[in-house]
Ligand binder design. Structure first.
Ligand code: GLU
Length: 449
């Protein structure tokens, strides 16, 4: 890792010492701190108030046992997490991830990122994240329900519409939010809609929430293209992943005139030169919860499935990593640059390794970090909370327009801030600094707590 500003190094050393082995958390902290040198030069009050040191220490970390009984009658034990990272701007807000890779370091990296992302949206939401090492893959609906009920039986005492508002992430979608909300309602005897977001439309959910992360990502890139005098029209795009974010990103790219020629899952990738067929993809991945190979089998001749390969080998002008952290490394970045790629925007959280980001930025590729480019999901969660609080529900068009305005606003704030702090056109610096300053000022105002 390149060295940090000497005023920030001790903070990072403290993070390394206090959080041993939490590699992804170290990476996320280092990435933010690497942007803050010019900020502490301009604002000594942040260092004097130990704002950055406080920001790196979660306000609260909860770890709990999640026992449940599988379909064969066996008792299973998973571990549950909720890291309530920062509530200076509002109740903790952030998703739950159910995936076997989940451990404290992953939850902390995601929670840390969420602080700055949520701040960038301009909405009154703090940062938090949670999840479990539960693997939903191959589990029946009934097993998923029993797991969610057990998970909420502990989590309910820590959350609330004014306290902490979870939502989905990898492995947690509408089905899981339903089971979690049902159990919360049952235990508390309260129809507290604003305690979770990502709910179904008939029970307090918002229009556009399922689409929001993917759509928001594409609105953000559309704005990047506009600043270069370009558009999606005729653009060749590659998306990694094939879950919620990827699917809706593909839909919006196609709507704006681009063509997504490839997408992936953990087993490999498909290349469909006609453009990914979304109905087929959704049927296989969302409805059947199947593998991507089935897409090639169903689509026939012209579609190739490449088992185990890297989707970044497919030439494109715009790359949208929408799968998971550290999925796009320096080799992949070099391949993208070699193929003439001009924009990489993160739909997932931290999908590009630091080496990949450095390589892309030094090659002049426009790089949009997840905390800015994928903020549409959580922003629309905040719109869902707004609708819940006012017992209202908005139309699809109105909600999508709000999302579009928020994403274009984040884009402009990133560019303006990058400019002010001496890194013109650097979206990473812009996102980190703009996200940071708003939280830091609120923390200063609230005293040493
Ligand atoms: N998990 C999403 C994210 O990474 C959404 C969180 C939310 O809506 O609270 O931002």
């Amino acid at each position: 890792m390149p060295d940090l500003d000497s005023r920030l190094r001790p903070t990072f050393d403290e993070v390394l010492r206090r959080n041993p082995g939490e590699r992804e958390f170290h990476q996320a902290v280092h990435e933010v701190l690497s942007s803050l040198g010019p900020v502490v030069s301009k604002h000594p009050e942040y260092t004097d108030g130990a704002i950055i040191r406080r920001l790196c220490e979660p306000e609260r970390q909860i770890i709990f046992r999640v026992p449940w009984v599988d379909d064969s009658g066996q008792v299973q034990i998973n571990r549950g997490f909720r890291v309530e990272f920062n509530s200076a701007l509002g109740p903790y807000k952030g998703g739950l991830r159910f995936h076997p890779s989940v451990y404290l370091g992953i939850v902390k990296f995601l929670g840390f990122e969420q602080i700055f992302k949520n701040s960038l949206t301009g909405m009154p939401i703090g940062g938090g994240k949670g999840g479990s090492d539960f693997d939903p893959k191959g589990r029946s609906d009934a097993e998923v329900m029993r797991f969610c009920q057990s998970f909420m039986t502990e989590l309910y005492r820590h959350i609330g519409e004014y306290t902490d508002v979870p939502a989905g992430d990898i492995g947690v979608g509408g089905r899981e939010i339903g089971y979690l909300f049902g159990q919360y309602k049952r235990i508390t005897n309260r129809y507290e809609s604003g305690v979770l977001t990502g709910k179904g439309l008939t029970w307090g959910g918002s229009q556009v929430r399922p689409e929001a992360t993917g759509y928001g990502l594409v609105f953000f890139v559309d704005e990047m293209l506009r600043t270069r005098g370009e558009s999606f029209d005729g653009a060749r795009v590659v998306v990694s992943g094939s879950g919620n974010v990827a699917t809706h990103a593909i839909a919006k790219v196609h709507e704006l005139g681009g063509t997504v020629v490839a997408c992936s899952d953990s087993s490999g990738y498909v290349v469909d030169e006609r453009g990914i067929d979304l109905d087929l993809l959704t049927e296989i991945k969302q409805v059947r919860r199947g593998r991507l190979k089935e897409y090639a089998d169903a689509a026939g001749g012209s579609v190739a499935f490449v088992e185990g390969g890297s989707v970044w080998d497919v030439p494109c002008r715009i790359a949208l990593p929408c799968a998971t952290q550290n999925e796009l490394d320096a080799d992949a970045a070099a391949t993208l640059v070699g193929h003439g790629c001009t924009i990489v925007a993160e739909g997932a959280n931290m999908p590009c390794t630091p080496e990949a980001v450095r390589l892309l930025e030094s090659a002049g590729v426009g790089f949009a970090p997840g905390k800015a480019a994928n903020a549409g999901g959580v922003a629309t969660s905040a719109l869902e909370m707004q609708q819940n609080a006012s017992r209202d529900s908005w139309t699809f068009e109105h909600t999508e327009e709000r999302l579009s305005q928020i994403m274009r606003g984040i884009h402009d704030r990133c560019l303006e801030t990058a400019d002010t702090y001496g890194s013109p056109n650097n979206y990473s610096t812009g996102a980190n600094v703009a996200g940071f300053i708003q939280v830091a000022d609120a923390m200063l105002a609230l005293g040493v707590i």
